[in-house]
Design a protein around this ligand. Structure first.
Ligand code: NDP
Length: 451
């Protein structure tokens, strides 16, 4: 007789852990299996360690700015292994919290790869044990995608970059999305000479054109080489270095090459197709709004569904699933007006529609835009610029999108995201008294549309 549970969760990342805890809170008997480390990509090799590295990298700018404010900054130096060890201690601490929270909620945690053997059966590969489950939740996340280029195996991905023994003098990063740009900016500030190679016309496809242009310019000003309409054709090893041949006919000799060319859902080899679960393009699990797959007893949340690959979204999807199935409180995660940030330097915060998409959907718009020197840069010899842009529907006066590039953009977008989510109008933005002197006050003092 197999052990029996109400819910078996495959994957101990953000979505799976939230679902497991909430389901257990509703009285369900729950098991979670994780084959790597509890916490998932976000905690172990994603958002959390990346933000710590970004913070470390920005001291470079602060040392520089401090001089303008009257400080004499002595010689500075940076120790990568000390930062890496501090980061490792922190993620181990967080991993422990994840596990303890699960156990405190009464969830049984397992360290094993789990494979689906049928609509209601899972097998643990570590022990060979089969478990019968009323419901199965797949929350296995995603994994870096490597394009089929010659020598791709010589490159690292975001899985390895956090644990490099030493930082290279020069690094090439392929990709123009979140991971490529965040790492380009932070590594450059930690002393690595970075080249970004992107296949499209402009980095950050899908973001507002002004944001894309602003970040590309800022990165180039900071000394990062940003090549567009270019791809890596082949990579070979040469005397302890890597040589990348690019489609523009040039080569780059670097210490490390990182492929940040997207992530794909981790659906291979876990028995999904055998169990009858329908997959979509890129191997993503097809789900309805309530996260149910084509098999009634199997559900999926987070990156594995390729809906919106953001930790807080996975958490909400997992929470909604658990409330719906075990708590008699049905609700679905709303994927509209989700605020998001890119932790490049300068930072990006966005919520709502880009100008291009808003024009397609809404017609007449009013665009408010400003670019100014952040106060931190008052005494800088080469000050940076901050960008703020509001996209407003002319007819309803509703603010459809807010786009910010500059210091603390992520913090700002979290707050202004509430207003956008509530459907605030430009008049309501205008009725809000400014906090002076701040950068964020620009959001409520923009009066003249530029278009
Ligand atoms: P992204 O989708 O953001 O970027 C992938 C990049 O790789 C794009 O520029 C894409 O180009 C390019 N690319 C894709 N395939 C190829 C190929 N075959 N050859 C060359 N270039 C290619 O993915 P990331 O890996 O950066 O991040 C994955 C997801 O994780 C993000 O989309 C985001 O949802 C999430 N994330 C969120 C973060 C945050 O919230 N701050 C941080 C990091 C990740 P093209 O644009 O032309 O398709």
């Amino acid at each position: 007789m197999n052990r029996q549970v109400d819910l078996f969760v495959i994957g101990g990342g953000s979505g799976g852990v939230r679902a497991a805890r909430i389901a257990a809170g509703h009285g369900a008997k729950v098991m979670v299996a994780e084959e790597f480390r509890y916490g998932g990509t976000c905690v172990i090799r994603g958002c959390v360690p990346k933000k710590l590295l970004a913070i470390a990298s920005r001291f470079t700018d602060l040392f520089e700015e401090a001089r303008g404010f009257g400080w004499d900054v002595g010689p500075t130096s940076f120790d990568w292994s000390r930062l890496r060890e501090a980061k490792d201690r922190e993620i181990t601490r967080l991993e422990g919290i994840y596990r303890r929270n699960l156990e405190a909620a009464g969830v049984e945690t397992l360290e094993s790869r789990a494979v689906i053997e049928g609509p209601n059966r899972v097998r643990l590969l570590a022990t060979g044990e089969a478990i019968d489950a009323r419901h199965i939740l797949v929350a296995t996340g995603g994994t870096p995608f490597r394009p089929a280029i010659e020598g791709a195996e010589l490159a690292i991905t975001s899985n390895e970059v956090f644990d490099l023994e030493t930082l290279p003098d020069e690094m090439l990063i392929e990709g123009g999305g979140f991971i490529a740009l965040e790492f380009a900016c932070l590594l450059q500030r930690l002393g690595v000479k970075v080249t970004v190679v992107y296949r499209g016309e402009q980095i950050l496809r899908g973001f507002d054109d002004d944001v894309r242009e602003h970040l590309a310019q800022a990165m180039r000003k900071d000394g990062i080489e940003v090549l567009v309409r270019t791809e890596v054709k082949a990579i070979r090893r040469d005397n302890g270095h890597l040589v990348a041949s690019l489609t523009n006919g040039t080569t780059r000799r670097v210490g490390q090459l990182m492929l940040a060319t997207g992530r794909v859902p981790a659906t291979a080899g876990i028995g999904l197709e055998e169990a009858g679960v329908t997959l979509r393009e890129r191997g993503a699990i097809a789900v309805g709004p309530n996260s149910r797959t084509s098999v009634d007893s199997i559900w999926a949340v987070g990156d594995v569904t390729d809906r919106m690959a953001l930790t807080p979204v996975a958490i909400r999807e997992g929470h909604a699933f658990a409330d719906t199935v075990f708590g008699d409180k049905p609700w679905v995660c709303d994927h509209e007006n989700v605020p998001a940030a890119v932790f490049s330097t300068p930072e990006i915060g966005v919520v709502g529609l880009t100008e291009t998409v808003a024009r397609e959907r809404h017609g007449e718009l009013r665009i408010y835009r400003t670019s100014f020197r952040p106060m931190h840069d008052t005494f800088s010899e080469e000050p940076s610029r901050m960008l703020m842009k509001l996209v407003v529907d002319d007819e309803s006066d509703r603010v459809l999108g807010v786009h910010i590039v500059g210091p603390e953009a992520a913090e700002m977008i979290q707050l202004v995201g509430i207003a956008v989510k509530m459907g605030a109008t430009k008049a309501q933005f205008d009725a809000t008294v400014a906090v002076h002197p701040t950068a964020a006050e620009e959001l409520v003092t923009l009066r003249t549309p530029v278009a």
